[in-house]
Ligand binder design. Structure first.
Ligand code: DX5
Ligand code: ZN
Length: 220
């Protein structure tokens, strides 16, 4: 079994000390950088955009996992590829022609991800599962860090794992929102591969140690 991953969410970093926080993730046992891009339309918040991502990529030494919480993401696929994104995740709820969007992401050399809101049923992905490199199950309503984990997520992870196995797909399951040391193990046991953690990492007194502890929890 491939080792399970932690992706700290840069949304919870100190933006006035962004290079310091990027170097912290570089040095830590974290696997990916999770980058939340919001447009104030798909979600009721605006995070940061291309210039900030460009500067993060300059310093980051790990996989760049970009989560687009924007309407009509097709407009920006090439832009995010050029900026150095390795994984580009779009929202199911924001894509009318999801299959076409996924092909466009892959044709730019990135892995293609699909995020689903808490109300979206995982079965809606079954016909397209073999085309998806990563499903990001939102365990909070997207738009803000620091919210509490929605318990129904465990059920969704199990259902999605069954779909992946049944279709012999190699899709990774990522969980995003409210991840802590209290739910990490149960999420992995339900079938998750990657856990995003924002506040739990950055608001802790020793983020490097917190990441190390999370990695131990999910890989034992
Ligand atoms: C929410 C974002 C998450 C967020 C997670 O809209 O997609 O990635 O940063 O933050 P925490 O871990 O604080 O819930
Ligand atoms: Zn996210």
């Amino acid at each position: 079994m491939a080792s399970k991953r932690i992706a700290p969410s840069v949304l919870a970093a100190d933006f006035a000390n962004l290079q310091r926080d990027v170097e912290m993730i570089n040095k830590s046992e974290a696997d990916w950088f999770h980058i939340d891009i919001m447009d104030g339309v798909f979600v009721p918040n605006i995070s940061f955009g291309m210039p900030v991502l460009r500067d993060i990529v300059k310093h980051a030494t790990k996989t760049i996992d970009v989560h687009l919480m924007i309407v009509d993401p097709d407009r920006y696929i090439k832009t995010f590829a050029d900026l150095g994104s390795n994984i580009l995740t779009v929202h199911y709820e924001a894509c009318t022609h999801l299959h076409r969007t996924l092909q466009a992401i892959k044709s730019e050399g990135m892995k293609a991800g699909v995020a689903i809101n808490p109300h979206t049923n995982v079965n809606l992905l079954e016909d397209i599962i073999n085309d998806i490199d990563l499903v990001c199950i939102m365990s909070v309503n997207p738009g803000f860090g620091g919210q509490s984990f929605i318990e129904n997520t465990y059920k969704k992870v199990k259902q999605l794992r069954e779909i992946i196995v049944k279709n012999n797909a190699s899709t990774l399951i990522e969980i995003d929102g409210g991840v802590t040391n209290k739910n990490a193990k149960q999420l992995i046991d339900a079938g998750a591969d990657v856990l995003v953690a924002g506040s739990f990492v950055f608001k802790s007194t020793n983020p490097i140690q917190t990441i190390k502890e999370l990695k131990e929890i999910i890989n034992t």
